[in-house]
Design a binder for this molecule. Sequence first.
Ligand code: G6P
Length: 612
Amino acid sequence: MCGIVGYVGHREAFPIIIKGLQRLEYRGYDSSGVALLNGKINVYKKQGKVADLLAFSEDKDTVSSLGIGHTRWATHGVPNDVNAHPHTSQSKTIALIHNGIIENYDSIKEELSKRGHTFESDTDTEVLTHLIEEVQKKERVSLFEAVRLSLAEVIGAYAIAVIEESNTNEIIVAKKGSPLVIGVGENEFFLASDATPIIEYTKNVVYLEDGEIARLKIGEEMELKTIENVEKTPYIQELELNLEAIEKGGYEHFMLKEIFEQPKSIADSMRGRLDSKTAEVKLGGLAEYEQKIINADRIIIIACGTSWHAGLIGEYLFEDLARIPVEVEYASEFRYRNPIITEKDVVLAISQSGETADTLAAMKLAKDKGATVLGICNVVGSSIARLSDAGSYTHAGPEIGVASTKAFTAQVTVLTLMALMLGRKKGTIAESYYRELISEIETIPAKVESMIGMNDYIKELSAKFKDALNFLYLGRGYNFPVALEGALKLKEISYIHAEGYPAAEMKHGPIALIDENMPIVVIATKKGHYEKVVSNIQEVKARNGIVIAVVTKGDTAVKEIADYVIEIPEVAEPLVPILSNIPLQLLSYHIAVMRDCNVDQPRNLAKSVTVE
Ligand code: G6P
């Protein structure tokens, strides 16, 4: 987590860094800071959001054309001014920002303490800054070389940027395990955790690889090498991102913008992948691996958070349509469980950011054990995308709101296409049913659009529940993961405790919680165990629970017993989750706004979780 930005060139660095940090706040926002070089290194740091740093810096000297900045998600040390980055060396002449964790910081700290170093913060990062200075003094080498030698002693993950007082036109950057992009302008360099802070200045970027270190020096070409001192040639590529996609565009929040964008993002995730004449699904990135997947003993889906919920829907889809056994694993559990993986397994990682540390580590483990590793990612060029043997991008566009919405529906869309493709190739799905699903999936964007039209109604409904203390979400079959995702969305942005449950499991526990104050969202769409879910609603009503039911348009039975209903358009069962999830996103959004919560940056969360 954490976001880093840097600039060296002919422009004012401070505004570039502040703007960049604001774009990266999704990566962490408990404190932030800048180090600006202007004769000496000025460091300004503040607990809170980047806006707090900006206010704090108002009367400070911010003139500089070289600087680095950081927005933090605390790992080592509480979020306060002192623990905020940048950190400086013993002599205060070296400053550093860091995204990641230095795992062996304790032993390095002990060594350095013996040599007279004193530390101000509780962070692992400060230790690295001191180490670099120590190495530089001892070996009498340049900053570039000192950083390289120091990193050879470090265990852990990092994306770092380092500056020193005597070097007025140079920033040293390095990466292992955390993302880092370098923007190459005309006689200027930018650096950031992702491309969003860079996009308006240059489209030419270099994505640093793990174990690489670079010198960004004005008047010189970028110098790139590995930590082991092997020279490399930087590969400059052109960014495809556009500025509009990362701005709010008149919406109050990114989350609302992203919910409303779904008709387009879902269409984008299908674009070019459906042949209208042959009804064939083409997932170019997977073409070479189709047979391998079809012949796999099983597909193991690994993911975290909302992506894990998409994976659960994938399980229903693959088993139902392609008859391939599926296991869905939390990446964080999988990686430490000594799992049984063979060469006949296909491991499918799902990740919006493509940077989630646990998912990456789980993929590496699966690769080491010989499995084929595929990826479904939203961020092009991300670490997970690069580590996969093959994969499909979701093409949902940048998702800025920390709570995932459009990336989730795009993931489910891609999983659906994949299941359809495999099912047809394997012959496990009747051609008539296949064609029915293909023509229905094409109607999804328009159906989602019609549901966005229910926004005002859902807002009214939200007002009735904004003060609830608990929520229960129930669903069966394809709608069970939707219930889990609905509950997650509500708790992460409104801080209302919410639980998702398979509807039938309610009687084994959650039913004890039901009373006249408990709102229960039941996804009771037609087909998919409809009658059983209706019985579950009866059980809730018998205990005076308040039922908000998500039903198929035209439903009568549930309408009679539920307190409130939200109608979704009729669609084939495997496609229901994409639709039934939309009203739950809106419900969470409006409840959170009414509770004055920061929906785009909920407390303690971050969008890209690059620590385990
Ligand atoms: C964080 C985010 C979630 C996301 C999860 C997995 O917890 O706040 O929205 O679902 O990480 O992230 P990924 O980028 O791998 O999908």
